[in-house]
Structure formats: C-alpha cells, structure tokens
Design a protein around this ligand. Structure first.
Ligand code: URA
Length: 247
C-alpha cells in the first residue's frame, strides 16, 4: 500500500479555507490547532493526509474539515442555482461557508436548472468529475417530468430513435428511454447532458415540463431520507455506482 501524502500544515489549512497562510500561522501562535492532543507549534510541519486526520486534528476545538478529494451528493431544492455566476441563491450556500474558499474548489458535476430538483453531485475531484460527465461514460440520468399536456403516445419512439434534433442543434440526440407513468407524468432516462435537454425534448413534441426531478445518476439513487436542501459525503462504493452502467 502506498503511503498517504504529507503536506505542510499551513498549506493544508489555507487550502481548506481557514485563512491565508499568515492567518494560519496566527492560529498556531494562539495554540488553536491541536494534533493528537498537543498544540501544534510549527505551522510548517508536515502532516500525513490519513483518513483519520479530521479525528486527530482540531482547529479552534472543532474537527478539521475533510481534506480533498471530496464527493458530495445533494438533494437540490427548487429555486437554487448551480452556478456561481447566475443571480440568486446557489447550491454552494447550502454547504458550510468556509467550503467556498477551498482549493481545489468544489463544483457541481453537471448542472440542474433553477427549478429542477433532485440528485446533484458536487466534487473537488477533477478526474472523477470528468469521468462522470465524459460523453464516453454514458452515465444515464433519470428524471421524472410532470407535463402540461397528456402524452400523445409517439414520444417514446421518437426519443428512442436517435433522430430527434433539438432547435438550434446540428447533431441529433442519442437514444433516450421514456416510460409513461400517468398521462401527464413520465420517467425519462438520458445519457447526454445538453443544455435544458429534458425541457427541450418535451417542447420538441409540443409539450411543456412543469416540474422536473432527477432521482438517479448511473446506478446511484437519490436516498429517500435525503431531504431537499440536505447533502452528505459519498462513500467510495457510491462513487463507483455512479459509473455503473445499469439504469
Ligand atoms: N434537463 C433539463 O431540461 N433541465 C435540467 O435541470 C436537467 C436536465
């Protein structure tokens, strides 16, 4: 087994958003950083990034924030945006405030529209993010759409054909699977992540999505006990299940 990497304490804490290196040095001077029960005296000391570090190291009496890499699942609520640049409350405001200053930064794996709810993954692990969003991964995303009008009956065939062209695009959509649950309620599984894809697919068949909820990515379901707005860290097995191909 390879040894966990060792990093300078001041760099680690600065990257976790505790402040500039100078501010971290001040925390050390104040004896506010405690490792294995002893105040740290050297801000430049190297610490091993072992999984139990947050249990062994406290900052102002609280356990250290989890170091990178971090993968989170969130039940995105309605009315919250996924981008820092869009106006309005963002998903990042639902996380601990200090986490907005982390390096590497946390970002969502793909986006959900402001009014879409459901399973959203957030990570600072670039390779994992790229594996999930890569067109080669084909990670299926499952949505429940509430529609303005009853389904006509020909939508499933059209969506599955691999020939549906969205307005303004030059390549048809990959085949998608539609299951009619009720006349105005459908389950749709897509493998791409084009802009407003589900809403545009239904508008291409003359309908309109009134509510949209994502309940599965790859082989990972939105846990029923994760309330809107809640989030939690994902286990390694859960991360792997995202890339599992079943849907
Ligand atoms: N498709 C959409 O139209 N909106 C989303 O939020 C996700 C997929």
């Amino acid at each position: 087994m390879s040894r966990p990497p060792a990093v300078r304490l001041d760099r680690l804490l600065a990257n976790l958003g505790y402040g500039s290196r100078r501010e971290v040095h001040a925390l050390v001077r104040d004896r506010s950083i405690v490792l294995d029960g002893q105040p740290v005296v050297d801000a430049g000391a190297k610490v091993s990034l072992t999984a139990d570090l947050p249990d062994r190291l406290t900052v102002r009496g609280a356990p250290l924030d989890p170091p990178a890499p971090l993968v989170l699942m969130m039940h995105k609520p309605e009315g919250v945006v996924c981008s820092h640049r869009e106006p309005g409350r963002s998903i990042y405001e639902l996380l601990p405030p200090r986490w907005r200053s982390r390096t590497p930064a946390l970002s969502s794996i793909g986006r959900l529209d402001r009014d879409t709810t459901g399973l959203l993954l957030i990570t600072d692990d670039g390779p994992f993010l790229h594996r999930v969003i890569s067109p080669r991964s084909h990670a299926p995303k499952r949505y429940i759409a509430t529609l303005r009008d009853p389904l006509r009956g020909d939508e499933a065939g059209l969506f599955a054909s691999g020939e549906l062209m969205l307005d303004g695009e030059t390549h048809p959509l990959a085949p998608a699977r539609l299951e009619v649950l009720e006349p105005r309620l459908a389950r749709l599984i897509i493998t791409e992540g084009r802009y407003h894809q589900v809403r545009r697919m239904f508008s291409a068949v003359g309908n309109q999505v009134l509510q949209l909820h994502r309940d599965r990515i790859g082989g990972l379901d939105l846990p029923p006990d994760l309330a809107p707005g809640a989030w939690r860290r994902m286990s390694r097995e859960e991360c792997e299940s995202v890339l599992a191909q079943e849907s």
